[in-house]
Design a binder for this molecule. Structure first.
Ligand SMILES: [Zn+2]
Length: 336
């Protein structure tokens, strides 16, 4: 841990870094949540952990220079990484997008390289912090967040703090088993939520239904939008088709909503949160998905508690990852 140098001002901002599959986004975030500088590098160009750290240090230096920000006004650096992160130890254990990554003590190495206090966390946890402080979670202390995209990310916030569990793996809502007979999951489990509501599976569901629709009457609109090629269907197309009345697209979203609703009901019974916050690309399907989620959750949760648990749409956009990572740093520094 780097000691605060004498003469350092009260922190005015923090640096957030969001490691994604296609790009690593970095930004400087004011303590009111405003993103004032932004930069990115392509994930595919990163050759390994050492190279990554060198690139990050350059990127941070450049952002500070561009924004005319003095380093002594920066509180610290937060990093949100997809995969297994041990926040307390500052170690990112698994990171599939960058080669040769294994148990990298990222927080310590960033501190050594930049002289700024550094912290790491799972990207879904970082996003939950952003929503809690600046988005749909404002005013709440007990929330559960889900990010619906290629995978399903999850985070649990209890009494205003991210709950990370014994080994940093808490909140993996996407890997709650829904069906013991279901498909094998990449996590080693079977029939996980992610296997039914991840991007790829939603599209596969539509393709399967189109194949079974021998008359071609139910999914004509959807198929037309995909130029006649089911392989070209995207979740965005599916939501457009659904709102235009395509029967297959509607059925796919209803089924997706039901699966998520089952998981939410379980979470209501386990945690009794104040609300759920759902974000990510798939959540953009809106009411057609959310109504079914809500209905299913309400029908399954104990003691009508489902009716008392709002399901809110995430408010922060694509920058939520950067803002969340910076919020992580802010929170850790304030705790001391
Ligand atoms: Zn799984």
């Amino acid at each position: 841990v780097v000691a605060r140098k004498s003469g350092q001002l009260n922190p005015a901002c923090d640096i957030g870094i969001d490691i994604g599959a296609t790009s690593v986004k970095a930004g400087i975030v004011k303590r009111d949540g405003r993103l004032i500088e932004k930069a990115a590098i392509k994930t595919s160009e990163i050759q390994g952990p050492d190279h990554f750290l060198t690139l990050l240090e350059t990127l941070i230096g450049q952002m500070l220079k561009d924004g005319k920000i003095e380093k002594r006004t920066v509180g610290g650096i937060g990093v949100g990484a997809p995969g297994w992160v041990e926040h307390d130890k500052g170690i990112v254990r698994e990171l599939t997008n960058i080669p040769d990554w294994e148990d990298v003590p990222l927080a310590q190495r960033l501190e050594e390289g930049t002289g700024l206090k550094s912290f790491v966390d799972n990207d879904a946890n970082a996003m939950a912090l952003a929503e809690l402080h600046y988005g749909a979670g404002r005013g709440h202390r007990n929330i559960v967040c889900l990010t619906l995209g290629t995978g399903v990310g999850g985070a649990v916030v209890i009494n205003g703090e991210v709950f990370r569990g014994a080994h940093g793996l808490a909140g993996e809502i996407g890997h709650i088993t829904l069906d013991l007979e279901g498909p094998e999951c990449a996590c080693g489990g079977r029939g996980c939520l992610e296997n039914y509501v991840g991007n790829r599976f939603i599209v596969e569901n539509a393709v399967k239904r189109l194949e079974q629709d021998s008359q071609g009457a139910q999914g004509a609109l959807l198929l037309n939008m995909a130029g006649g090629d089911p392989k070209k269907i995207t979740p965005k197309m599916l939501s457009e088709a659904a709102y235009k009345g395509d029967t297959i697209a509607i059925k796919v979203w209803h089924e997706t909503g039901r699966y998520i609703g089952i998981a939410l009901a379980g979470l209501v019974n386990l945690l009794n949160p104040e609300c759920f916050i759902i974000g990510g690309g798939v959540a953009k399907a809106g009411a057609i998905l959310f109504d079914e989620m809500r209905k299913t959750m309400e029908s399954l949760a104990m003691n009508d508690l489902g009716k008392e648990t709002p399901i809110l749409e995430a408010q922060l956009s694509a920058d939520a990852g950067i803002i969340g990572a910076a919020t992580l740093a802010m929170g850790c520094i304030e705790k001391g």
